[in-house]
Design a protein around this ligand. Structure first.
Ligand SMILES: Nc1ncnc2c1ncn2[C@@H]1O[C@H](COP(=O)(O)OP(=O)(O)OP(=O)(O)O)[C@@H](O)[C@H]1O
Ligand SMILES: [Mg+2]
Length: 247
């Protein structure tokens, strides 16, 4: 069997006395679109935080290509190709999408926080940023203030910014949160169309999106992964029906 691109071994996580999960063994195979589902508070976001290095586990390991990287910083993991979607925070809100993508491309090229003024005349960089926005249908929005963009477009921009880094693995925490069902489908269609060569791991509550866009599903509940498999198999699993789908 091939080595999973990303894996965890006996991962144990707690916040003080609150054990979030224990002994989580997880495999993400290259090329997969893999969904994490589970009830509120099951530890899905915490799990992604452990993968990106934002959080440290109590014990256990995180492995990229079979190499232990549990003690690597988030920056080291990004360099190794493990990227999570940017949240459009106050910094990005004040920029326009073109400026934001230019900064992401600079980061990809290993240029630490250049001033926008310094890169404004680099036409190759600007053209690449504009081309990426065009691919996401955001070409006409390149020069508007990001905070004035419709919510669905902000979600797409977050994905475009992450893909600008050319990740090997992209992690997304509820990319369709706050969107209508149709907008959610649009976001996933674009994501899967434009992320060729990138392995995708996403947390999602909307089962319609999960069953349509995931090849594999892992179910977090009660402090562990209670089921993992294809959407069809997971849907049929009696434990999942009982714990999560409530049927
Ligand atoms: N920084 C923190 N400090 C203390 N407790 C935390 C912290 N982050 C999360 N928790 C707790 O850990 C548990 C798991 O939280 P987490 O956010 O990972 O769940 P989730 O599965 O992502 O839930 P949701 O579906 O609501 O997003 C919850 O009980 C939460 O209250
Ligand atoms: Mg969460």
């Amino acid at each position: 069997m091939n080595t999973p691109i990303l894996a965890t071994r006996d991962l144990h996580m707690a916040f003080g006395g609150l054990v979030v999960f224990d002994c989580v063994n997880f495999n993400l195979n290259a090329g997969e679109s893999h969904a994490i589902i589970g009830p509120n508070g099951a530890g899905k976001t915490t799990f992604v935080g452990l993968l990106t290095g934002l959080l440290k586990p109590v014990s256990g390991e995180v492995l990229l290509d079979g190499r232990v990287m549990t003690r690597d910083t988030p920056q080291m993991r990004v360099k190794a190709g493990l990227v999570r979607t940017f949240q459009i925070n106050s910094l990005f809100k004040a920029l326009n999408p073109l400026e934001a993508v230019v900064l992401a491309l600079c980061e990809r090229d290993g240029r630490a926080s250049p001033s926008l003024r310094a890169v404004k005349h680099e036409s190759g960089l600007i053209d690449e940023a504009q081309a990426l926005l065009n691919q996401f249908g955001l070409g006409r929005d390149a020069l508007v203030r990001t905070e004035t963009l419709a919510y669905g477009k902000q979600r797409l921009l977050e994905i475009a910014l992450a893909l600008a880094l050319k990740p090997r693995v992209l992690l997304l925490d509820e990319p369709a949160a706050g969107l209508s069902t149709q907008q959610g489908h649009e976001v996933f269609e674009q994501l899967l169309r434009l992320s060729t060569g990138t392995t995708i791991l996403f947390i999602e509550h909307d089962m319609g999106l999960v069953f349509r866009y995931a090849d594999q599903v892992s179910v977090f509940a009660g402090g562990s992964i209670i089921a993992q498999g294809t959407p069809d198999n997971v849907r049929k699993d009696p434990r999942v029906r009982e714990v999560y789908l409530g049927t």
